[in-house]
Design a binder for this molecule. Sequence first.
Ligand code: FES
Length: 142
Amino acid sequence: MSSDEDFEEMVKNLQQKIDRDEEETYSKKVIKEYRSPTNFGFIENPDATGQIKGPCGDTVQIDLRIKGNIIQDAHFWTDGCGASIACGNMLTKMITGLSLGEAKRITEVRLLEVLGGLPEEHMHCATLAIMTLQKALTCPQK
Ligand code: FES
């Protein structure tokens, strides 16, 4: 076996170990949301936006496209952990199509339920996503 093949084999084994560790730690929904986030990114000229840097040092931003009283589109951005990507993606999916009042009533408990839970040390990532949404919902609308 060449050293290139040894290296590729080592990388493959390492990736499999990372995948196994993730699967033991996170729910299937969390893994799906953060491995393939559909709403990651920004909305150009959003109707509302909120950005918060959490105590962990990570930032989350949520942009909203609002028509009348309804959230037509929602995107998020974060430089945070995998759990924050899962939370941002699930939350922006949950609020799309809701009225502003309905979106305001979503709690971190509900977000955690929908995600199938998070490890204790990542619960604050759900709180950060919810606080960012609350900030976006209170920012001046166009
Ligand atoms: Fe900072 Fe998850 S958002 S650790």
